[in-house]
Ligand binder design. Structure first.
Ligand code: G1P
Length: 293
């Protein structure tokens, strides 16, 4: 079954990046020359998205504007013959892909955000991408890798990666059945949101990439407040596990948790070094800097 709808929860206020995020959404912070949100939309489009659903907040209109046409800007670029820039602007959203948005009126958690998109998702499997996390792979994005696996499995699939034990308290952590299905695909036995080191069933963390069957919405309808007083997607996934199998997928690629300063800086550095326009200059700057210290 195809996965064409992708839910991107973007209602969070991004307080970790204040003062930068006082007037602009954290998802509009740039990694090199593109805002974070554009990377994840590109990842969804590569995976086959035709509908991107932003679950957003009234203070974050810039996100909708980024994917809307700006005819004035396009006309100016055209008149000045700046074709390369015009091309970059056009590439923000390919033909045939639409961005729609729905408001999350209260900050009640990730599970609640996904439930806000219920009427748009309807009765199909759908993707969820958390824009705080960028995943780089030189050929095939994480979501495209997952869609390929999902087309064989037809069960919910959660992207995971191993983290140091001291970081388990930052993530959803899964436990697995011992019978390995494939090298990268395993059947989930349990999932818990932000456990302590003592409670963590493993160090395999949920990385912010999900393909979920629509039954998750039935679970979310009755999910109560969990960790941090929020309605957690993790708890609804744990409920879904009681009704149908769920699999984990250890993706190929490098993840950058841009929700934290260190991950954001590392992403700018490494995406910058890979960038064909600025990579060489950046490397030169680093070498000069290292020479000075
Ligand atoms: C959310 C999820 C968590 C997941 C994490 C990935 O937490 O609730 O399960 O591991 O994203 O970044 P948040 O970072 O929103 O607190």
């Amino acid at each position: 079954m195809k996965v064409t709808k992708y839910v991107l929860p973007v209602a969070g206020l991004g307080t970790r990046f204040l003062p930068a995020t006082k007037a602009i959404p954290k998802e509009m912070l740039p990694i090199v020359d593109r805002p974070l949100i554009q990377y994840v939309v590109e990842e969804a489009v590569e995976a086959g998205a035709t509908e991107i659903i932003l679950v957003t907040h009234s203070s974050k209109r810039a996100l909708e504007d980024h994917f809307d046409k700006n005819l004035e800007l396009e006309r100016q670029l055209e008149e000045k013959g700046k074709d390369d820039l015009l091309e970059k602007v056009h590439a923000i959203l390919p033909e045939g892909v639409k961005v729609v948005s729905v408001r999350q009126p209260e900050p009640l958690g990730l599970g609640h955000a996904v439930l806000c998109a219920q009427h748009l998702v309807e009765n199909e499997p759908f993707g969820v991408i958390l824009p705080d996390v960028l995943i780089h792979h030189p050929h095939t994005g994480c979501m495209a890798q997952m869609v390929e696996q999902f087309s064989r499995l037809n069960h919910s699939l959660i992207g995971v990666e191993s983290v140091p034990l001291e970081d388990v308290c930052k993530y959803g952590i899964v436990s697995l059945y011992p019978d390995e299905i494939g090298e990268k695909i395993q059947r989930m036995a349990g999932i818990v949101e932000k456990p302590s080191q003592q409670e963590a069933p493993s160090t395999l963390s949920v990385v912010g990439r999900y393909i979920l069957t629509p039954q998750i919405l039935r679970m979310l309808e009755k999910t109560q407040q969990g960790a941090g007083g929020e309605i957690q997607l993790t708890d609804a996934i744990a409920d879904l596990l009681q009704h149908e199998p769920i699999y984990t997928y250890t993706f190929e690629g490098i993840s950058y948790d841009c929700g934290h300063k260190e991950g954001f800086l590392r992403a700018n550095l490494e995406y910058g070094l890979r960038d064909p326009e600025s990579g060489k200059t950046l490397m030169k700057l680093i070498q000069e800097h290292v020479g000075r210290v």
